[in-house]
Design a protein around this ligand. Structure first.
Ligand SMILES: *[C@@H]1O[C@H](CO)[C@@H](O)[C@H](O)[C@H]1NC(C)=O
Ligand SMILES: *[C@@H]1O[C@H](CO)[C@@H](O)[C@H](O)[C@H]1NC(C)=O
Ligand SMILES: *[C@@H]1O[C@H](CO)[C@@H](O)[C@H](O)[C@H]1NC(C)=O
Ligand SMILES: *[C@@H]1O[C@H](CO)[C@@H](O)[C@H](O)[C@H]1NC(C)=O
Ligand SMILES: CC(=O)N[C@H]1CO[C@H](CO)[C@@H](O)[C@@H]1O
Length: 524
């Protein structure tokens, strides 16, 4: 849980205080947290602790989760409660009261540990939160809270003495992810600080899931929005400037708050950062009283999407392998589950669910990164389930796997979503390989199934072509005459098998591509 060689005075004593007495070294509210390595999180000042219950159905036990809700997010959720026509309350989804309920409390520390939401429609108003929380408190807690002040007074002097003198260097040892406390204040005050985004991301990379909220907000408010560079599923994407650097700003309309929140949440999954996944910088909600603008800020890549890039340029064998291998590295990282250890946090497996050449960006050096994680789902290891109820058939029809088109996909089986991603990845490999020029011969850029369906195909049309007639994109003859293109052709066929279980895993795709790249004597 903590680095081994930390000084005992720095770690054990303050931690003991935090855990047993709810005494907090930072100013924020500490909550019990079921998904955090230390079982605690920091809701910050004005935040809430949350206990959420989800009905799993059948004989499966209800899932109870504990987490933090930062002040900014309470605001959003209260707004959402209003939009549903109910009273403002602290709940995640006003539409799904029967399967999902949530209770919040605003103190004392760890107050959510003993909260038990029921499925009755939530009627908790903000003012009631405290009384609700207190009702649930047992005698054990009361004793602790009476005994603690005494303990604190006696130990405080000792701790302060040691902590002050010895903790300076090791402060990061117990800094929790996303902690927007004193640590970040110097940055905020030094408006002219010269640190670049890269330096800042590096500085905070230890926290695993990105910049602290306060820093995110500060960056967002200093960005100047320039021209529009594209249109995403839910919002417009702009180029923005921050201290002389380009960033991409995706602006969601306020009615798409859920999509904005979900995408920001996925991007901030612990350990997600990877050079082949679009770098997330910040999320912010700007409100001027009548209008809320929801911003998502990421790295900016001037060469745009793989779709635009392939349409504009042809690539060499090594260019083709660089694009394919880097994209497969990104997807493999997304799909990979990293098991947490005592020292390092783990990463849940994530399935993209809308993979296509328009959602992959090309970086300056010809490698790719995967973008647009708004529809992604995460694997909940504890319950072996998908972390949100996946709505039916989202994504882009042209890239939908046969089992998604005919609705035979098993939505409770996380692996199924990864297999559907692999199908779509096979189509992307086909798009890339067509643009590989050999001896001046190259196919024109086309979307998969361009010759079989209309430009905006219906589900019915796609289902007929992909499921019934079992068509797949054609492999041009010239690909058989070159070893690398032959391997690419075999690889994409093994990605788009009708039988999802027979498809390659992303790890296998990555290894195969790496070995062709090796044979081509490239260094990637
Ligand atoms: C808030 O922003 C919206 C959109 O930019 C604008 O139409 C509206 O007038 C603004 N309201 C206030 C109170 O500034
Ligand atoms: C769907 O997947 C779940 C979880 O892996 C499994 O228990 C269930 O039997 C599967 N259902 C079908 C119809 O295959
Ligand atoms: C490629 O770009 C051209 C010019 O912008 C456009 O007309 C064409 O539709 C694009 N190709 C595809 C397959 O979208
Ligand atoms: C591309 O650039 C990234 C940094 O932006 C670097 O880590 C990677 O090694 C580069 N790849 C190649 C093939 O040059
Ligand atoms: C890989 C690639 O083509 N990168 C290009 C991106 O765009 C800039 C400017 O247009 C080029 O200089 C890069 O070569």
């Amino acid at each position: 849980m903590l680095p081994k060689k930390m000084d005992i005075c720095c770690v054990i004593l303050p931690l003991l205080l935090i855990v047993s007495c709810g005494f907090d070294i930072t100013a924020g509210l500490r909550c019990y947290c079921s998904d955090c390595p230390s079982n605690e999180c920091d809701a910050g000042e004005g935040g809430r602790c949350v206990t959420a219950i989800t009905k799993m159905g059948g004989t499966r036990e209800d899932k109870i989760r504990y987490r933090c809700l930062k002040e900014e997010k309470i605001y959003i959720r209260v707004q959402e409660g209003k939009m549903q026509g109910g009273t403002p309350h602290c709940m995640v989804s006003a539409q799904k009261e029967d399967v999902n309920n949530i209770i919040c409390c605003s103190g004392p520390d760890l107050c959510n540990q003993h909260l038990r939401p029921t499925y009755a429609p939530a009627t908790v108003r903000p003012g009631d939160e405290n009384s609700e929380a207190k009702l649930q408190f047992g005698t054990a807690e009361l004793v602790i809270f009476i005994a603690c002040p005494v303990l604190i007074v006696s130990i405080l002097f000792m701790v302060l003495f040691f902590a002050y003198h010895q903790c300076q260097r090791n402060r990061h040892g117990y800094q929790l992810p996303n902690d927007a406390s004193q640590e970040t204040m110097p940055f905020v005050q030094q408006g002219q600080s010269s640190s670049t985004l890269r330096e800042m991301m590096y500085e905070y990379s230890g926290s695993g899931s990105g910049l602290p909220l306060l820093v995110q907000r500060t960056i967002a408010r200093q960005i100047q929005v320039r021209e529009t560079i594209g249109k995403g599923r839910y919002g417009e994407v702009y180029r923005g400037r921050w201290r002389g650097e380009n960033v991409a700003v995706k602006i969601f309309p306020s009615r798409e708050e859920r999509s904005w929140f979900r995408e920001a949440e996925i991007y901030q999954t612990v350990m997600l950062r990877h050079e082949n996944i679009l770098g997330f910088i910040a999320a912010d909600n700007k409100d001027n009283g009548t209008w809320t603008q929801l911003w998502l800020i990421t790295d900016y890549h001037e060469n745009g999407s793989l779709f635009d890039y392939l349409n504009r340029t042809v690539v060499s064998i090594s260019g083709m392998l660089k694009l394919s291998l880097s994209a497969s590295c990104g997807l493999a990282h997304l799909h990979m589950e990293i098991i947490g250890t005592e020292v390092h946090a783990g990463k849940p497996a994530i399935a993209h669910r809308d993979l296509k050449s328009k959602n992959i960006l090309v970086k300056n050096n010809g490698t790719c990164c995967i973008a647009d994680l708004g529809l992604a789902v995460r694997h909940d290891i504890a319950t072996d389930s998908v972390d949100i109820a996946p709505n039916n058939r989202v994504g882009t029809k042209r890239y939908m796997a046969p089992e998604v088109l005919d609705e035979s996909i098993n939505m409770t089986h996380f692996e199924s979503f990864k297999r559907a991603d692999v199908y779509a990845f096979g189509l992307v490999l086909w798009e890339i390989t067509r643009r590989c020029s050999l001896g001046g011969i190259v196919e024109e850029y086309q979307l998969p199934y361009y010759d079989m369906v209309q430009s905006d195909p219906s589900l019915e049309e796609m289902r007929k072509v992909v499921c019934e007639e079992k068509h797949r994109p054609a492999i041009p003859n010239r690909w058989h005459s070159h070893e690398s293109l032959r391997v690419m052709a075999r690889l994409m066929k093994e990605c788009w098998y009708h039988n999802a279980a027979a498809r390659l895993t992303t790890l296998r795709i990555k290894k195969t591509l790496a070995s062709i790249a090796n044979q081509e004597d490239m260094k990637i």
